[in-house]
Design a protein around this ligand. Structure first.
Ligand SMILES: Nc1nc2c(ncn2[C@@H]2O[C@H](COP(=O)(O)OP(=O)(O)OP(=O)(O)O)[C@@H](O)[C@H]2O)c(=O)[nH]1
Ligand SMILES: [Mg+2]
Length: 349
């Protein structure tokens, strides 16, 4: 089993790329599992990944780069015992430092069959300036030790901007392979990126069998101070799940979900007009699975309709992880935005 880490700040496109990478490698004949870590109590991305036909396991409530490191070891061991895929893709939270996760894994004793693949680090190129302005140290740290860096959302950038961003990244990490990609489009860069990932996966970098203890608590106060507040990006997070009582059609689902996310965004804007992060929602009814995202104060809700074979469980999850807003405020406004639209959905709480 080879382990591939796909990291990057909140909303940079990790889940979107994990689905693409996973499907690509699956088509190439590899068996794949995905381990996805969300900061809040209820995860969203595991559902999105499963709906896209990949085996996924979710680790909510914390960050695997620190507070959940023992759970990370347990989950990798479980995946190895249960399905032992050729490739395990790990999607950490948007506030994790991927080199720390790699370090933790290298200290775990899984035997010679478990080897490390590359660290891939994504950055939303269209918000590069904003992210660096807000959290230069942490954003830099996410890219410093990556093997492959992706300037994502190229479709939202001007050509000159792409080269300028790549130049800044080159100064941060002289060794990494750097790609500019849109995971929303089929372009040559995407094929080149997939080839690079596959060639990295062909390399045997054995996980050390050192008997060294798994490192004690985070040095330099770099990891999460607790489960939902991350000092280095100053991000708080909250998520809640609601049950839909009635059957609703696709249009109603899209309208209601978009309206909830618009209201939520406006309420976050009132608390922090320049917020960065990710507001996301996953809604599954009898007829449709929807994913809705807002990744900063600059965006409008983006709705993605996912073809689904999985039967209805009539639930939806609303998740918010944003900079410079209190967790209690997030909890409050998530509830308000859902309740304000509850007549469309027949929601029970
Ligand atoms: N325009 C554009 N949007 C993209 C691209 N890649 C991802 N997105 C969108 O960006 C939003 C966030 O994508 P995700 O894949 O959920 O990001 P993430 O990094 O997994 O988010 P978290 O797990 O919450 O940190 C979604 O609305 C995606 O559709 C891209 O290349 N171009
Ligand atoms: Mg994600």
């Amino acid at each position: 089993m080879k382990i591939l880490i796909v990291s990057g700040f909140l909303g940079s496109g990790k889940t979107t790329s994990v689905v693409k990478i996973g499907k690509y490698l699956k088509d190439r004949g590899y068996t794949i599992a995905v381990l996805v870590n969300d900061v809040a109590d209820v995860g969203v991305d595991g559902q999105v990944i499963s709906e896209n036909g990949l085996d996924s396991k979710e680790m909510p409530r914390g960050c695997i780069c620190c507070t959940l490191k023992y759970a990370l070891e347990g989950n990798i061991a479980l995946i190895q015992a249960e399905s032992d895929p050729d490739i395990l893709i790990i999607e950490p939270t948007g506030v994790a430092f991927p080199d720390r996760i790699k370090e933790q894994i290298e200290k775990m004793d899984f035997g010679p069959e478990v080897t490390m693949g590359p660290i891939i680090s994504l950055i939303d190129g269209s918000k590069f300036r904003h992210i660096i302005e807000h959290s230069e140290y942490a954003a830099t740290k996410q890219m410093e030790n990556a093997d492959i860096i992706v300037v994502n959302k190229k479709d939202l950038m001007e050509k000159e901007e792409i080269s300028a961003v790549k130049n800044v990244i080159r100064d941060i990490n002289v060794d990494a392979e750097i790609f500019s990609i849109s995971f929303k489009e089929k372009d040559l860069a995407l094929i080149q990126f997939m080839n690079a990932v596959e060639s990295w996966l062909g390399m045997e970098v054995q996980v050390s069998l050192s008997l060294e203890e798994i490192g004690s608590d985070c040095p330099d106060n770099m990891c999460a101070a607790n489960d939902d507040h991350f000092d280095h990006f100053n991000v708080s997070s909250y998520a809640d799940t609601y049950h839909i009582e009635h059957t609703i059609d696709t249009d109603t689902a899209i309208n209601a979900a978009t309206s909830i996310m618009k209201d939520l965004k406006n309420m976050v804007l009132a608390l922090n007009p320049k917020f960065l992060g990710h507001l996301k929602m996953f809604l599954h009814t009898e007829s449709v699975a929807l994913r809705i995202s807002v990744t900063s104060y600059l965006d409008n809700p983006e709705v993605e309709v996912i073809d689904t074979d999985i039967s209805d469980h009539g639930e939806f999850t609303v998740f918010a992880a944003v900079t410079d807003v209190q967790r209690d405020d997030l909890a409050h406004i998530i509830k308000r935005s859902v309740m304000g639209n509850s007549s469309h959905l027949g929601i029970s709480i």
